[in-house]
Write a protein of this length. Structure first.
Length: 470
C-alpha cells in the first residue's frame, strides 16, 4: 500500500472541522481558498484509492483547547436549563466576555455603551460620582487616590482605603464595573462607604454625597518669595498646556525667574499618557521620557523630549506618595532618571501598565492592558513604583517650646544697632511664619526647605570667582 503524506496548513477551527468531516461525514464543506481546496481534494482522492493518509496537524499548543471548549458549552447549557431565572444568550455571552477580561488583571475590562461614555467623560475632566480612583484587591475595592476638591476627598476618604461595603451591599464578589456603577448616581444622593484602613482596628463608615465631578487638572500658587508650587491633580488632555501657563503665571507674579519649584503629584491617579509626556518635555532639554513594551508592534512606543527647558535648570522637587499612579509615576520617573528633580515623599502606587481602548463597534469597546511602562533608565514601574530620593512621611509637628526669648534689643537702654528696625520687622515676620507653619503640610515644608538649601548653594557657587584657564 502506498503512503501519501500531506502537510495540511489550516487554522485551528478549520482543522477541527476538517478532521471531523473526513471521518464522520460523507461530504466536506470545502474552503474558498483555492490552494486549500486542492490540498483537501488530494487527501480525499488518496483515501478513496485506499492509500494510507497521514495528516500533519498544527502544533497542539496553537490549537483551541477542545476539552475546555466542551466545558464552556456544557456550563452554558446547564445555566440555560437550570438557573433559577431565565437568562438570555446575549447576557451569558456578555458575561463571558467580561469574565475573560477581568480575570486578566484589575485594569482590563469590557466597556458597554454607558461605560464607554463615562471613560470619555473622565478624560475630559467632568463626570458624576464620588471623585475617587479605584482598583480591585483581594476581591475588595481599593482606593488608589481621592481626587482633589471632590466629595470623597472632603469626606475623608484616603489613598489605600479598602471599601468592603457600599451602603448595605458587600463588595466581595462584585466586579470592579459593578462597584463603580453603584458608586455613581444622581448628584445630591448619599452613599455610605464602609472601609478598612491601615492602623484602624474596626471598619469605618463614611457618608459621601454624590456630585458632578469637575476636575481642575492644574493648580498653582507662590508658596514663598521666589518659590512656586504647582499641583497636578490628574492628567487630562489639556494638562500639558495648563502646566506651561501655570509656570508663566508664577514667574509673572514673582516678577522674575523662580528660585525653585515644587510639583505636587501626591494622590494623582494618572490619566492621559500624552499629557504626562508634554509636562516632562517642558522641563527636560533632551533625552528619553518613557517607553512602552508589549507583544504587538503598536504597543512599542518611545517618547523623547524636544530641546528646551522652560525652567532653565531651576531646582525642582517632585512630591509623590502611595496615591501617585500611572502617568504621575511616568513624570516623576523621567525627571528622576534625568536628575532634573529631587523626588521626595513615599513610594508610589506602582501602576506601570498601558491600557488601550479597542472599539468593537460604535457603542462597545474593550479596555485591555497591552504594554508596560519603563522609565528612561529602563526601570519597570509595574508593582514596584517610584522610590523617592528622599523619603519623607506625613507628620504633624508641634512646637516643643513656645516661650518668648529675650535678646539684647529687649534690654532697657541697650546700644542702638545698625538696621535695628529692619531686624525687628524680620523677627516679627519669622514669628508669624513659625506660628502658621505648625498647621502646614510637613512634606511640603520639607520640599521648600530643600529648595532653599539648593538655592543658597547655587548662589554661593555662582558668586565664586572663576579661575582663568592656564
Amino acid at each position: 500500500m502506498k503512503r501519501a503524506r500531506s502537510t495540511l496548513k489550516t487554522s485551528p477551527l478549520r482543522t477541527m472541522i476538517l478532521a471531523t468531516c473526513c471521518f464522520t461525514a460523507s461530504g466536506l464543506a470545502l474552503a474558498q481558498d483555492q490552494d486549500q481546496d486542492t490540498q483537501t481534494q488530494q487527501i480525499l482522492d488518496s483515501i478513496q484509492s485506499g492509500e494510507r493518509v497521514e495528516l500533519k496537524l498544527p502544533d497542539p499548543e496553537e490549537q483551541l483547547p477542545l476539552e475546555d471548549l466542551r466545558k464552556f458549552t456544557e456550563v452554558f447549557s446547564r445555566i440555560k436549563d437550570a438557573y433559577v431565572e431565565d437568562v438570555s444568550d446575549t447576557q451569558l455571552l456578555e458575561s463571558a466576555i467580561k469574565g475573560m477580561l477581568s480575570d486578566l488583571d484589575p485594569h482590563s475590562t469590557y466597556l458597554a455603551p454607558k461605560d464607554y461614555e463615562e471613560l470619555e467623560e473622565s478624560t475630559s475632566g467632568e463626570f458624576g460620582g464620588l471623585g475617587i480612583e479605584v482598583g480591585m484587591e483581594n476581591g475588595f475595592v481599593k482606593v488608589i487616590s481621592p481626587i482633589d476638591d471632590t466629595p470623597a476627598q472632603k469626606a475623608g476618604v484616603q489613598a489605600g482605603d479598602l471599601i468592603i461595603k457600599l451602603d448595605e451591599k458587600p463588595v466581595k464578589g462584585m466586579s470592579l464595573e459593578e462597584a463603580v456603577n453603584l458608586m455613581r448616581g444622581k448628584p445630591g444622593t448619599v452613599l455610605t462607604l464602609t472601609i478598612m484602613r491601615e492602623g484602624e482596628s474596626a471598619p469605618i463608615e463614611i457618608d459621601v454625597t454624590r456630585d458632578v465631578i469637575k476636575v481642575t487638572s492644574v493648580k498653582s500658587r507662590m508658596i514663598d518669595n521666589g518659590y512656586g508650587y504647582v499641583r497636578v491633580t490628574q492628567f487630562q488632555a489639556e494638562t500639558g498646556r495648563q502646566f506651561l501657563k501655570a509656570l508663566s503665571d508664577l514667574e509673572d507674579e514673582h516678577g522674575n525667574d523662580l528660585d525653585g519649584l515644587i510639583i505636587d503629584l501626591r494622590n494623582n491617579p494618572g490619566g492621559v499618557l500624552q499629557a504626562a509626556v508634554e509636562t516632562a518635555d517642558a522641563l527636560l532639554d533632551e533625552g528619553l521620557i518613557v517607553y512602552t513594551e508589549g507583544r504587538i508592534q503598536s504597543s512599542r512606543l518611545r517618547f523623547s523630549a524636544k530641546p528646551g527647558d522652560v525652567m532653565a535648570g531651576t531646582p525642582i522637587v517632585v512630591l509623590i506618595n502611595g496615591g501617585s499612579a500611572s502617568a504621575s509615576e511616568i513624570l516623576a520617573g523621567a525627571l528622576q532618571d534625568h536628575e532634573r528633580a529631587v523626588v521626595m515623599g513615599t513610594q508610589s502606587f506602582g501602576k506601570g501598565s498601558v491600557q488601550t481602548v479597542i472599539p468593537l463597534d460604535e457603542t462597545h469597546a474593550i479596555k485591555m492592558t497591552t504594554a508596560r511602562y519603563f522609565t528612561p533608565d529602563g526601570r519597570s514601574i509595574q508593582a514596584t513604583g517610584i522610590k523617592p530620593d528622599i523619603e519623607v512621611r506625613p507628620a504633624e509637628l508641634k512646637e516643643l517650646d513656645s516661650r518668648p526669648f529675650f535678646t539684647e534689643a529687649d534690654l532697657s537702654g541697650h546700644l542702638e544697632g545698625e538696621n535695628e528696625e529692619e531686624a525687628r520687622k524680620a523677627r516679627e515676620q519669622a514669628a508669624e511664619a513659625q506660628a502658621s507653619a505648625a498647621d502646614r503640610d510637613y512634606q511640603l515644608r520639607s520640599a521648600l526647605n530643600l529648595l532653599k538649601g539648593l538655592h543658597i548653594l547655587n548662589r554661593k557657587n555662582d558668586s565664586k570667582p572663576q579661575e582663568n584657564a592656564q
